[in-house]
Write a protein that binds this ligand. Structure first.
Ligand code: ADP
Ligand code: MG
Length: 290
């Protein structure tokens, strides 16, 4: 027997490295007419590097002590920024003490107790008002500033750089062509780093500083205006938006388990261009079905 068009399309999507979870999803992919992209781990490679370690005056910490506390607290986190911090500590040969009472808040950061001290690591704007100024200086150059708070006092900043994926610009262009509208960028990161990266990728519409529920609200607003939104994301913070979208696609290689479970399709190979390719496959299959 010949395979029904949607099933062959699923097989073809698989060849592009996209796991489409059902024939219904394969069909819906071709209906999308708007796209919302996450930044960290989606538009960027998601393997950021911590390039700056800056203890704040009065913290009493040197660079090694600051990085040790931050990395120990971040070790249980699966966030790309956490990996950057832990890798930087390993590269410097630092011994990481065990952390207890780890908690993480999507879009905000982590906290843990390290050697009797309570350490919070995350978005400066969410953790301490008086760290926003020094953080902005790091962010002007497109870096993400990560604040380290020790026992309630801002103790230092880390500067993290993440590269745009090599196929990000081509993907934005292809999605614009397919849907007739330019993708929007939804990110929890700061507006300065986000604008820097969006400009490189060819995106004008940037919404930054978003919590998971803000990403969800943005998608609901677009859907409410009659759009069928394709959301592409990788993080725990993207899960509500992925679930609410007409079609949600997760980045598989470094994506969080929650994003992979919530999404309708998963990019198994690490290629963003597989997204427009799969939308095009769906369009072709639907022409054969109807
Ligand atoms: P994006 O939407 O770009 O993927 P996230 O919502 O995952 O970004 O994160 C938003 C912001 O929250 C980050 O830019 C960072 O400031 C902060 N953040 C979240 N998790 C962590 C973490 N584990 N370590 C440091 N910062 C974090
Ligand atoms: Mg992300």
């Amino acid at each position: 027997a010949t395979m029904p068009p949607l099933l062959s399309a699923i097989a073809n999507a698989g060849r592009h490295g996209v796991l489409v979870k059902s024939a219904v999803v394969m069909e819906r992919l071709g209906q999308v007419d708007a796209v919302a992209l996450d930044k960290t781990g989606t538009l960027t490679e998601g393997s950021p590097r911590a390039t700056d370690v800056r203890p704040l005056p009065g913290s009493g910490l040197d660079e090694r002590e600051l990085l040790t506390l931050a990395a120990a607290a971040e070790r249980p986190s699966e966030h790309p920024l956490a990996r950057a911090v832990v890798d930087a500590a390993r590269e410097r040969g630092l011994d990481l003490p065990d952390a207890r009472d780890f908690t993480s808040a999507p879009g905000v950061g982590v906290t843990a107790v390290v050697g009797g001290r309570t350490v919070a690591v995350g978005a400066p704007a969410r953790l301490a008002d008086d760290a926003v100024g020094p953080a902005a200086e790091l962010e002007e150059s497109g870096r993400t500033a990560v604040l380290v708070v020790v026992d309630g006092t801002p103790a230092g900043l880390l500067g993290v750089v993440d590269r745009l994926r090599p196929d990000a610009t081509a993907t934005v262009a292809a999605l614009t062509r397919l849907t007739g509208t330019a993708p929007v960028l939804l990110t929890g990161d700061n507006p300065r780093a986000a604008a820097h990266l969006a400009a490189e990728a060819g995106i004008d519409d940037v919404r930054a500083g978003l919590l998971p529920q803000d990403k969800l609200a943005a998608v609901k607003e677009m859907e409410g205006a009659g759009r069928k939104v394709l959301v592409v994301g990788d993080g725990v913070n993207d899960a509500p938006a992925l679930a609410a979208a007409h079609t949600g696609v997760a980045m598989g290689r470094a994506g969080s388990d929650l994003a992979l479970e919530t999404a309708d399709a998963v990019i198994v190979r690490d290629e963003l261009t597989a997204v427009p390719a799969t939308v095009a496959l769906s369009r072709r299959a639907r022409r054969l079905v109807v």
